[in-house]
Design a protein around this ligand. Sequence first.
Ligand code: COA
Length: 260
Amino acid sequence: MSESEVVLVETRGRVALVTMNRPEKRNALDGQMRCAFLGVMDSLNRDAGVRAIVITGAGDKAFIAGADISEFEGRGPVQQYRAMKMPTVFNALERSPKPVIAAINGYCLGGGMELALACDIRLASSSARFGQPEVNLGIIPGGGGTQRLPRIIGQGAALRLILTGELIDASEALRLRLVEEVHAPEALLERALALGETIASKSPVAVSAAKEATRAALNLALDDGLKLETALFQLCFASQDKVEGVRAFLEKRPANFPGL
Ligand code: COA
């Protein structure tokens, strides 16, 4: 498959739908797919017409079943070190100025779970299964799972998943606040795209600033986080979006944000 085939991109209005497309391998993340995904994120980040991104997996079985395990065989520490020094799909998601919604439509394991953890909002199908099964392979999560999972669901719940490698279903994922919503499989994508469109209708300047400030909350001390919030709030005051948003409110009409 060519790179453009392993990661498919469609635009639905102002929302880009990105589909990880190796269903016969349960959309396992191999080097080609990582590279293609990074290229896709780079071009979506630069495209002012794209205001929200939805990520899902091809087929009805998996979102992403983890790193491609076949690539681990025969790989030594130096090769793995070099591979992990490359830009990562996880950081690309977290650092994207666009809001990213994971539409988790099946197995969401290992690196797939870590990719979902790096998204801004997680929606799941009722048939989704989640886990960090790396301990079964004699390794640990290496795509940020040991750091992002406890920040999202708390340390005890994260350790239960990471130390046992056990899978949980969508209702347990919802209970743990690992996902924000659970939908019937046939309704998931429509809901994710609608949520993307709701966000896309807001000010892109404000959405990016809000993502940056809110995400920083888990990494910064309160004083530093509040300073960042103030700086980004002031940035909004320099935007045409703020002029339009305030004027539209006062004129009692919907805002049409230029994204500038
Ligand atoms: N890496 C490489 N190949 C994978 C894969 C992965 N993470 N997950 C699935 N595949 C491949 C299988 O090897 C199989 O390939 P084959 O048809 O050439 O034999 C194909 O995808 C289908 O997998 P299969 O196990 O037959 O499907 P299933 O629906 O019965 O089970 C899973 C799905 C996801 C439960 C199972 O494939 C699995 O446990 N995968 C590994 C998950 C994992 O440990 N991820 C963490 C990696 S760090």
